[in-house]
Write a protein that binds this ligand. Structure first.
Ligand code: TRP
Length: 449
């Protein structure tokens, strides 16, 4: 298909692009990572800082990705080469590598959610959720479900941008919104959920002043908005010049925050109503894979129906995200090596599947990979994107982001670019410094013990 001369794939509609980008953003990060981070960061304090980071850092960096992608009309490797300069193609390959890394362990977690979704329908939730999770998280079952999820991701990406990614997003995202809203409404009916809402919605000063919470909020914003590795850049490369980039990016960011916020409105009351808050902080997977299934089990039939809906949402969200990661690598292969989409997608998914064997067999390796990619590489990528967009190609960004924007949005572009230039880099640089230090400590302790 994508041999030289053939027209490049493209999104069919503006809504299709927005839903696909929102689909990339909304995923396990909004539920698994967000609830964990929020409970670690003192609930409401984290949520408040997180929305701040989404607005101040997230939207400007997303628009830098959009601008570079649409102007370059190719995957990150080619887009950075064309828009910024030949030497920057290397950064594109770093992005693709980071995509493979994240995809590999993301698929393992998504595999667990598939297993939970199927089991909740077939046999219900386990009575001892902790032991059950321990028995499925690593080993043969984890490998099998990881491969199944990767195959699903591959299937969508093989369908192309319009026929696969856009179509899947147009169907799956509305389903996801409806279920999440339904779940949040249902959670208000729980006895004893009040303590959960209190923790989630009442910020305390102590956590607000903690620099660790600031850093976690920034890293979470990048991960949740799919920033820092060219996913949004790749999607924007399939847009034409009429798309309103600043408006689209803002809608995507608000949607992503909205879903994460609603996921919290489900997770916190459910967990507190059953007194399971202790299980949340125990591990990065505690909230989602141990406390919640335990709660659903304790609620009997209602729990089973609600729990099934919850895990179906997770699978759906994970899939619309994983396709964006696979698309970055696939598109890079297609654009750089002039191979068919079929060949590119198979090779990319194959590498990610093989890489994923490690986290599927060892949950410690999974945690390590998430630290390296999620906490370090994405932050580094975000910083470089801010410097590129705000300093190196600022004039081109001004032109590109204005192109297709409505008059009101066109007026906001210089302001957004000023934030990208002066506000974003110093904050992200500080975050990067501390993230690098912490990641290094984790890596060292992983290999020494
Ligand atoms: N944003 C997704 C989530 O919240 C995960 C994701 C998809 C992602 N594409 C990405 C994260 C690219 C970082 C980079 O689950």
């Amino acid at each position: 298909m994508a041999t030289t001369g053939a027209p490049r794939d493209a999104f069919g509609t503006r809504a299709g692009f927005i839903l696909a980008a929102a689909g990339s953003a909304v995923g396990l990060g909004n539920m698994w990572r967000f609830s964990y981070q929020a409970s670690e960061g003192g609930g409401a304090a984290f949520v408040l800082l997180y929305i701040g980071m989404t607005l101040v850092l997230g939207i400007p960096i997303m628009l830098a990705e959009f601008g570079i992608g649409r102007r370059g009309q190719s995957a990150p490797v080619g887009a950075l080469r064309k828009v910024v300069g030949a030497g920057w193609a290397k950064l594109g390959w770093l992005f693709a590598g980071c995509g493979l890394l994240i995809l590999s362990y993301y698929s393992v977690i998504a595999g667990w959610t598939i297993r939970y979704a199927i089991e909740s329908i077939a046999v219900g939730f386990p009575a001892d959720a902790g032991a059950h999770f321990g028995s499925i998280a690593a080993g043969g079952s984890a490998v099998a479900y990881h491969l199944l999820f990767m195959a699903l991701t591959l299937l969508v990406v093989l369908g192309g941008v319009h026929g696969g990614i856009e179509r899947a997003s147009l169907i799956l995202m509305p389903v996801l919104f409806v279920i999440v809203i339904g779940l949040a409404l249902w959670a208000t009916t729980l006895d004893g959920g009040g303590a959960g809402y209190a923790v989630y919605l009442k910020p305390d000063i102590e956590h607000l002043m903690d620099h660790k919470v600031w850093r976690a909020a920034a890293a979470q914003a990048f991960f949740s908005l799919s920033l820092g590795m060219g996913a949004m850049m790749t999607f924007a490369s399939y847009l034409d010049r009429r798309a309103n980039l600043p408006a689209s990016g803002t809608i995507v960011a608000y949607t992503d925050f909205g879903v994460a916020f609603m996921a919290g409105l489900v997770v916190f009351p459910v967990i507190f109503s059953l007194g399971l808050q202790g299980a949340v902080g125990e591990s990065t997977v505690g909230a989602l894979f141990i406390a919640l299934p335990g709660a659903f089990d304790a609620m009997g039939t209602v729990g089973r129906v609600v729990g099934t809906a919850f895990f179906v949402v997770l699978v759906v969200g994970a899939l619309t995200s994983s396709i964006s990661m696979l698309e970055v690598v696939t598109a890079s292969f297609i654009d750089e090596f002039k191979v068919s989409r079929r060949k590119a997608a198979f090779v990319a998914a194959g590498v990610a599947a093989a890489l994923g064997l490690l986290p599927a067999l060892d949950t410690n390796a999974l945690g390590l990979m998430d630290k390296i990619a999620g906490e370090f590489l994405l932050v580094l990528g975000a910083l470089l994107l801010a410097i590129i967009g705000g300093w190196i190609v600022r004039r081109q960004m001004q032109e590109e982001l204005t192109q297709g924007a409505s008059p009101w949005w066109a007026l906001q572009v210089p302001r957004i670019l000023a934030v990208l230039r002066y506000v974003v880099p110093p904050i992200v640089a500080v975050v990067l410094f501390f993230s690098a230090r912490e990641t290094l400590q984790v890596v060292v302790s992983f290999f020494s013990g």
